[in-house]
Write a protein that binds this ligand. Structure first.
Ligand SMILES: [Zn+2]
Length: 494
């Protein structure tokens, strides 16, 4: 570390902290690091306790988590960052889950009507009930041919799916069929798809597709058609000039599901800047985890101490330190997101209804699973080369006396963290952490505790978490200053 770097660090850790005044020679950096680690660990211990139930959105543990983060933000002296007088601190995230209950599929041909055996067929929809009846049926072979939308829209599309690929019908659904009925080789492939569609999924209510997916084994479908018809169709589909064939049959599908809609929350706090209109720096960390993930076992709760109680704790500690040193030129926002584990849903919800214009955000830093590496390690840079932040990040990393980690390894997480939802929307967003520096550092955690009940507070590596905190403190102070980080790409209207 350079002498200048050390001076800056001493100033950073000292400013606003009463304890510094009683130590005339300046604080021992190790004592200060230990104090930071202890404060973060205190938050992690609460958030990852069994009382918080694994912080699953839509559960009492999820609610406790939201309340706790709001209380902590209030105690730190932040203001609400929702910019919605009707909903302080909480920005709603509308979610739904759906669990399949039962189904029937009836095939009508010139020979009469027959119901497909329940153990050789399946049907799934996110709605509570879907009933379609008397709908025309078009057979498209394995789905590899170009077929005009007009042949698909409003019809039941029958397609061959030899391997049970959940994504096999995605392209067809863009043409709005009434349903897609996959014909699979046997009950093993049917079982694979049934498992995929039966798992409980959390989705953004606005963005949930209303696709009706039905599946049947080849034998059961052949039995429902006139003698020899299925053999004729599959033989015809193997011809090079085959495109599609409208069947002389109609199909009725009736599906029931248990659908639950509920509102979770992103929690948003802020420190107002001194220069209105100069933009904002956004810090974010997801608060959610998997809840009770191993029911019926002695340790049923996925507590998510590393993932991501540690990231929330870092964000809160950084908020307290910035509050003590600020205000800065720009606003600083603190966003604790819901439903990251279900597919970055809270972050996507923020992008859909941001509490500040997205183009006013000059930098976004995400904290996810930070307590993995020991102190002094190199820094994984997820999002390198994709924003205007590269230079300022490289400088801050250099000033802290370490190096950037493995670039390819960091890149492999680009789409797997909340910052991706922001980056996709054009917000300069990165994730910097000692945890993501290399396979050697993160690999053992991924192989043992990641998304398992054993992700608990024992054995957390707070050294890397403190490194991450100090690096971001320097970065936020820099990017929140209009002189140090002009960010000339902010629209003039801001
Ligand atoms: Zn996770």
């Amino acid at each position: 570390m350079t002498t200048l770097g050390r001076l800056v660090l001493v100033w950073l850790v000292c400013a606003g902290l009463a304890s510094c005044a009683t130590v005339p020679a300046g604080p021992d950096p190790q004592i200060e690091r230990d104090a930071i680690a202890a404060r973060m660990l205190a938050d992690i211990e609460v958030l990852a306790s069994d009382e918080f139930g694994g912080r699953k959105p839509g559960t009492p543990g999820g609610e406790k988590t939201i309340s706790y983060i709001i209380e902590r933000m209030q105690a730190i002296g932040l203001q609400s960052g929702t910019n919605d007088p009707g909903s302080a601190w909480r920005a709603p995230v509308e979610l739904l889950t759906s669990k399949p209950l039962d189904h029937t599929i009836t095939v009508r041909t010139s020979n009469g009507a027959g119901q497909l055996p329940l153990d050789k067929s399946a049907a799934f929809s996110l709605s509570s009930r879907v009933l379609i009846d008397g709908v025309e049926v078009v057979f498209i072979g394995d789905g590899s041919r170009q077929i005009p939308d007009t042949e698909i829209t409003g019809r039941i599309v029958v397609m061959l799916d030899s391997i049970g690929d959940p994504a096999a019908a995605d392209a067809i659904f863009t043409s709005n069929p009434a349903a897609v009925l996959r014909v699979v080789p046997d009950e093993a492939v049917l079982g694979k798809l049934r498992t995929f569609y039966s798992r409980e999924r959390l989705l953004l209510a606005d963005a949930a597709p209303d696709n009706l997916n039905a599946i049947v084994t080849a034998q059961a479908f052949a039995d429902a058609l006139p003698e020899g018809e299925w053999d004729r169709l599959t033989a015809s589909a193997s011809q090079t000039d085959f495109r599609f064939e409208v069947l002389e049959a109609t199909i009725a599908i009736d599906v029931h599901s248990e659908r639950r809609e509920f509102t979770s929350s992103n929690v948003i706090g802020q420190i107002s800047g001194q220069l209105p209109g100069s933009g904002a720096v956004l810090l974010l960390a997801h608060w959610d985890h998997f809840g009770e993930c191993a029911p019926g076992t002695p340790d049923p709760i996925c507590n998510g101490a590393v993932d991501n109680a540690s990231g929330v704790a870092l964000m809160l500690e950084l908020a307290a330190r910035l509050k003590a040193q600020g205000p800065f030129d720009r606003d600083i926002y603190f966003l604790a997101t819901s439903a990251e584990e279900a597919g970055l849903l809270g972050a996507k919800s923020f992008v859909d209804a941001p509490s500040i214009p997205l183009d006013s955000i000059v930098a976004a830093f995400n904290f996810d699973s930070v307590a993995v590496a020991p102190a002094g390690g190199s820094v994984g840079f997820v999002g390198e080369g994709r924003t205007a932040l590269d230079a300022v990040v490289q400088e801050a990393v250099r000033a802290s006396g370490v190096e950037l980690g493995n670039r390819e390894f960091a890149e492999s997480f680009l789409r797997r963290h909340d910052g991706w939802a922001l980056l996709e929307a054009g917000v300069p967003s990165v994730l910097l952490s000692t945890a993501f520096s290399s396979e050697i550092v993160l690999g053992p955690y991924l192989a043992t505790d990641y998304h398992r009940p054993s992700d608990e507070t024992e054995g957390l590596q707070m050294g890397g978490a403190v490194d991450d905190l100090l690096l971001h403190e320097a970065l936020v102070i820099r990017t929140a200053s209009t002189a140090a980080y002009p960010a000339s790409d902010i629209p003039a209207s801001q």
